[in-house]
Every structure is written in C-alpha cells, then in structure tokens.
Design a protein around this ligand. Structure first.
Ligand SMILES: NC(=O)C1=CN([C@@H]2O[C@H](COP(=O)(O)OP(=O)(O)OC[C@H]3O[C@@H](n4cnc5c(N)ncnc54)[C@H](OP(=O)(O)O)[C@@H]3O)[C@@H](O)[C@H]2O)C=CC1
Ligand SMILES: CC(=O)N[C@@H](CCC(=O)OP(=O)(O)O)C(=O)O
Length: 309
C-alpha cells in the first residue's frame, strides 16, 4: 500500500530535506502544491485532508493553523516538526528511543523533538529515569548549531556578505526549547540554556557539564556511560562512544547529512567531573531524519528505512 504524504512547508529547509529522504521510496506518494498554492489556505486544507500523514514543516503559528484545518473525520495523522505541540496533552513526543517505538507507531498526533532538546534529552532523560542523575539538579546546557538550524532566515544571514563568525543568543533565558527539555527529562527546574551558531551549514554539539561530586548520590562518569550504553543497546540510530575516544569534536562547513546521534561521556581522571556531549545533525535526527523515522513507524515500515546512517 502507498501512503499519501503531504509536507506542509515543503519549500522550507526541513521540508526539502524530508522530501529528499523520501525520494525513490515506493511506500510513499507525495501530495505537492506548486509555488502559487503552497500558502493558499483552501489548497492546503484539501491536501492536509487527503493525506494519510501530514508532516508540518512550518513556523509554530502556521502549524497550529494546519492542525485546525484537518477535519477530525479525515483520518489524517500528523507529524509536527515545529515547537507548537511538544508539551501539549494528547500529542505523542516523537522520540522513539525515549517513549517507545510502539507508542509513536499508534499515535495520531506526533510532535517531532527540537534539535537541541534531542541532544539534551538523549543524554539526560535515561540517566534521570535510572536515578543516576537527580531530577532536582540545576542543569545547564551549552550548545553550538549549524546555521540551517534557524531556517531560511538564518541561512540567508549566514550566507550574506559580512556574515557573523559566531553568534551567541538566548540571553533572555526564555528559549522556546526550555519547556520541552524540562518536561521530557522529568526535571524539577528549567535548565539554563546557552545556544550559539557557527558558520557551518549543519550539525550541532550539545553539552551538559556536571559536577558529579556535588550530587548527593555521587555518581561516577563510567557508570553514566555504561547506563547510556545499555539504554541504547541495539539502536541503529544512537551510538554511545567508549571512554575518551577523541580529544576534540569538530563541525565542518559542509558536513554530510547524517540521521544518527552520537553520545559521549568525558570525565576527569577521578571520574567526578563529567561533560555529557551529544553530536547530531540539526537537519537529521534534529528534524528531518527524526520525522522520517516517525513516518516509518506511523506507516508500519522498518523504523530506519531511508535514514542516512
Ligand atoms: N531547521 C532546523 O534545523 C529545524 C527546524 N525545526 C522546525 O521546523 C519548522 C520549519 O523550520 P525550517 O524548515 O527550518 O524553516 P524555514 O523557514 O526554512 O521553512 C519554513 C517554510 O514554511 C513556509 N511557510 C511559512 N508560513 C506558511 C504558511 N502559513 N503556509 C504554508 N507555508 C508556510 C515558509 O515559506 P517561505 O518559503 O515563503 O518563507 C518556508 O518555506 C519550524 O517550526 C522549525 O522550528 C525543528 C528542528 C530543527
Ligand atoms: C540555530 C537556531 O536558530 N536554532 C533554532 C532552533 C531550531 C530547532 O530546533 O527548531 P525548533 O525550534 O522547531 O525545535 C533556535 O534556536 O530557535
């Protein structure tokens, strides 16, 4: 059976990458709108209701509008790449490794995780769940992203003459990813999040530095790494690296698209200070790769089909 898929926002950065991943896959047929129709409400309504699965690659307000355009009896299932529904009741958080593939497979409304939260949650959520890291700890998250993370507007800014060599932001301490990080890691406090952007098109490094010796349960870095290794054992998407495999992590200006997620636990010699680090592609597991993984699950297909691993 062919699954009819409509990508709302198909001309955008995330939408285009999803279409690339679906190209040549006979399990799907894409419903497309031409340039004159892609923002036309009537045309979108028709496409949204005709689809078996609608993938929303839109700004938050437009994603909320798209969901409202879907007639509840049409049976259209939704994967929303925006941050509009990531902590909304009735929506499944589309992180199969954390919520379980079966839950995603049976959901009607799936919210794709944000790119930065994907790195943070992959590192911290399993360790909090296992009781190895405290839920009431004041976590901080330092991160650097490729500029495609900001969509067409940031791409234009970073590809224009006089583009910045580095951009730090989030200084209002109100980044839209905060609620999602707190909720899905099961934390008691919001994290302090320090994001930044470099002149690399894609890729990101998300880091959680930890004073393990200040925690009441005194966890050891090796135990954290082992627990992550066990949690993701058998995952074709998430790799937990062995102890200190590298001295540096790099982002290149033109890195190859990648839908996997790499996790590292670096530590000092005594193992009481640690840096939990995730490396991923913001357009891969951070957006389009995750959307395709979720689409596969919704359609009863092998979870990693079509992914760039
Ligand atoms: N880029 C990334 O790494 C990630 C993005 N996301 C999320 O995915 C979503 C899409 O982001 P991204 O692809 O980067 O953004 P882009 O700005 O690159 O693309 C958004 C697309 O949506 C179109 N659009 C805007 N409003 C409407 C509307 N009312 N009806 C139809 N189309 C509309 C835009 O049209 P036009 O071309 O005319 O501007 C554009 O083509 C966002 O919510 C973003 O936060 C999530 C994770 C990572
Ligand atoms: C570099 C950059 O600007 N990144 C975006 C987040 C990209 C992303 O993850 O999109 P969602 O917000 O839909 O999750 C930002 O910080 O707002």
């Amino acid at each position: 059976m062919t699954n009819k898929v409509f990508i709302d926002g198909a001309a955008g950065t995330t939408g285009l990458e999803i279409a690339e991943r679906l190209a040549g896959r006979s399990e799907f047929s894409l419903i497309t709108l031409d340039d004159a129709q892609r923002k036309d409400t009537a045309a979108r309504r028709e496409a949204l209701n005709e689809a078996d699965v609608a993938i929303l690659c839109l700004p938050d307000e437009a994603a909320i509008e798209a969901v409202a355009l879907i007639d509840p009896v049409s049976g259209t299932r939704v994967i929303d790449a925006s941050s509009a529904h990531r902590t909304t009741e009735g929506w499944c958080y589309g992180f199969p490794e954390l919520v379980g593939s079966e839950r995603v497979a049976t959901a009607r409304r799936v919210s794709n995780p944000g790119c930065y939260p994907t790195g943070f949650l992959a590192l911290v959520a399993p360790l909090v769940r296992a009781g190895l890291l405290p839920a009431d700890w004041p976590y901080t998250v330092n991160a650097v992203s490729g500029y495609s993370g900001g969509g067409k507007a940031l791409i234009e800014r970073f590809e224009a003459p006089g583009a910045p060599a580095f951009r730090a932001y989030g200084y209002d301490l109100k980044h839209k990813h905060l609620p999602e990080m707190k909720a899905h890691a099961g934390l008691e406090h919001p994290v302090i999040f320090a994001p930044s952007v470099v002149p690399a098109y894609r890729g990101m490094i998300v880091e959680v530095p930890l004073h393990l010796d200040a925690m009441a349960n005194d966890p050891q870095a090796d135990a954290l790494r082992d627990a992550l290794g066990e949690f993701y054992a058998g995952s074709a998407v998430v790799t937990v690296h062995d102890k200190q495999p590298v001295g540096e992590l790099l982002l290149g200006p033109d890195d190859t698209p990648f839908d996997g997620l790499e996790l590292f636990v670096f530590s000092n010699d005594g193992g009481w200070n640690a840096r939990l680090v995730a490396r991923l592609d913001n357009l891969g597991k951070g957006a389009s790769g995750a959307a395709v993984q979720n689409l596969n699950l919704l359609c009863g297909l092998p979870e990693t089909a079509g992914l760039r691993l």
